[in-house]
Design a protein around this ligand. Sequence first.
Ligand code: DQA
Length: 189
Amino acid sequence: MAEAPRTEVMRAHRIEVMHGVNLDMLGKRDPAHYGTLGLLELERRIEALGAGLGLRMRFFQSNAESAFVERLHRLREEADGLVINPGAWTHYSWAIHDALEIAALPAVEVHLSDIEAREPWRRVSVVEDLCLASFLGQGLDGYRQGLEVLRRELDRRQADDRQAEERQAEDRQADDRQAEEREPDGSDR
Ligand code: DQA
């Protein structure tokens, strides 16, 4: 019997944007480093950028490291990709590094300010090695670039998965054909 054509329903990639400690105070922090937008307005603009790329966006902020870590733990099931700005935790929280490793998602790191051009202690990022790319000191545009990197990476992974599924289906069909060509006693016709 001929196989029914497969209708692929492509699900939009789910992106989590996580802001860490003190980033709820944007708008009240030094505008020379962080600009003038409050967190809600920043998130609203990131959401619009994500929507423009066909991404499903969700946002999280916490000043509690344990809440941030626990959110990362849940992301394995709840997101496909991650934009992370851990605030000052960036520079020393190995707990967040480990939780990000557990999340095992394609991630990009974004900082509003250029952490490499400020105090020496800000030059270290403990999440950098787990991220596909880091965007520093470019404000909102850093988030846009980060979302584009994620979109490309997730599209590539989706295409690879689909190809692997198609190859498996072809292999199964070839096995079925071979089995049909055999006599019931297992001998070849
Ligand atoms: C920040 C940079 C960090 O060094 C700082 O502690 C922050 C914000 C940024 O977005 O530039 O809170 O992550």
